[in-house]
Design a protein around this ligand. Structure first.
Ligand SMILES: [Zn+2]
Length: 464
């Protein structure tokens, strides 16, 4: 952002005036605020990195970020800010400082195992919290400081949230849907691996009650699945509005999608978009998404993984996920993926280059002005929490989106979607101190996000 870069020149008023003249603006209009004042004290200082602050302006070289308690108290350059005595210093020279990443679609109760029925059969009874302690650690150590869990078991989520918030466990901030709401046949519910936390409804009153229950359990978002009627969605919408939270979820066919856009479903998960397979999204769908400001969470990586895992089996022994998974659970995951072709979703991914079709849809949505976010479906088969987020972002760039915009989707725009833009998503004075330091520069290569060397969440420092 021009304003941040110019701020560094504030200590040299003449230089600032010259820069303002060079960009053709009166000096007084080139600044949208005063530089952050020097605080007398700070607990933590991140010093010397290139700052990409989430606002999508030019990055700030030689940045200093000062943190006190759980808050950012000053952001500026080394010319403007000094490190108060007693502050812990994180040396970020040669590296990049970013807001903590936000993943808008994860599953904390799964770790990449490829047989859902086996996995949930093994862990459904009282063991989900054990799994979530692993997935949350994997995510935080990968630079993800806030996650949206869509369809986890409420008791386990409540327990893990409390343990993270108390500082007992290292993990991201969790916004959870607390199960999901469906309108399925009895047989469909009985067969589904998430049947223990599927709330199936048949009437408008039941839909309203299901939303109220999830919210009472602490839901920060409502997840809906297929089969719901417009009236049922309307009741859920009213409850979500009363709680000030979003509704997101899957959609069925094109008519269902158009109905959900009309009914005010905020987020559409995955890129099916009611269009079936094929590279193009119908014009009425695009127009509806734009007119209603509906968000789309493409989850490209989930599809990309399915094809790659079959073609290149080494992918299955991801060393980063292995290192952060208890050995017995990792052995179970490895066994499940020895023969991925036995699972329909892997075979289907190979038959056509579905990922390229999705890339084309991504560009179509982007160019039409649809609001896109970064979410990964991490935890699904071979889609490991340790790598899903940077891989999704890398795919978005490979299909033509700019790195700066994709970084904003994974930070500021996700925070705004969650109604948390006032305290998360950018490196700004007064916001919660969620930051990462990356060895490299994701504007040059999104893959550098693999090399997270420091994670700060709520002002607390973690070294992956
Ligand atoms: Zn999902």
């Amino acid at each position: 952002m021009i304003t941040t870069r110019l701020r560094t020149l504030l200590v040299f008023p003449l230089a600032a005036a010259l820069v303002a003249a060079a960009v053709g603006l009166p000096a007084a209009q080139t600044f949208d605020g005063e530089p952050d004042p020097q605080p007398a004290s700070a607990d933590l200082a991140i010093v010397g990195g290139l700052l990409i602050d989430g606002h999508e302006g030019p990055p700030l070289p030689g940045a200093v970020v000062l943190v006190e308690g759980d808050r950012i108290v000053a952001v500026g350059s080394r010319d403007e800010l000094t490190v108060p005595d007693g502050a812990e210093v994180v040396d970020a020279r040669g590296m990049t400082i970013l807001p903590g990443l936000i993943d808008a679609h994860v599953h904390l109760d799964i770790l990449g195992h490829s047989d859902y029925q086996h996995w949930h059969g093994r862990y459904r009874d009282g063991r989900y919290a054990e799994i979530m302690a692993v997935s949350t650690r994997q995510l935080l150590m990968s630079g993800v400081t806030t996650v949206v869990d869509l369809a986890g078991q409420p008791d386990a989520l409540g327990e893990i949230k409390a343990r993270i918030e108390s500082g007992e466990l290292a993990g991201p901030r969790i916004v959870a849907s607390m199960g999901w709401i469906t309108n399925w046949s009895d047989g469909q519910v009985a067969r589904h691996h998430r049947r223990s936390h599927t709330v199936n409804v048949r009437t408008v009153d039941e839909a309203r009650a299901a939303a109220r229950t999830a919210i009472a359990q602490g839901a920060g978002i409502v997840k809906v699945h297929t089969g719901l009627t417009e009236a049922q969605l309307g009741a859920i919408r009213e409850e979500a509005d009363a709680a000030g939270i979003r509704i997101t979820g899957h959609v069925g066919n094109r008519d269902d999608l158009l109905m959900r856009i009309r009914a005010g479903q905020d987020g559409i998960e995955h890129l099916g978009l009611g269009a079936g397979r094929g590279p193009a999204i119908a014009p009425d769908v695009l127009q509806g998404l734009v007119d209603e400001g509906t968000y789309v969470i493409p989850t490209l990586i989930q599809t990309a993984i399915q094809g790659r895992a079959v073609e290149w089996p080494d992918w299955r022994d991801n060393p980063r996920a292995r290192a952060l998974t208890p050995p017995d659970i990792w052995a179970d995951i490895r066994r499940s993926i020895e023969n991925p072709r036995r699972f329909g979703y892997f075979g289907g991914a190979l038959r056509v280059r579905r990922i390229d079709e999705m890339g084309a849809k991504l560009r179509q949505l982007h160019d039409a002005g649809v609001r896109l976010l970064v979410g990964t479906d991490s935890g699904t088969p071979l889609n490991f929490h340790t790598d899903a987020t940077w891989q999704e972002m890398d795919l978005m760039v490979s299909y033509g989106l700019s790195p700066m915009e994709v970084l904003a989707m994974a930070t500021r725009r996700n925070a705004e979607y969650l109604g948390r833009g006032g305290e998360l998503g950018t490196v700004t004075r007064g916001k919660l101190a969620d930051l990462i330091v990356v060895d490299g520069n994701p504007l040059l290569s999104m893959r550098d996000l693999r090399h997270v060397v420091t994670v700060v969440k709520d002002g607390r420092v973690y070294t992956p």
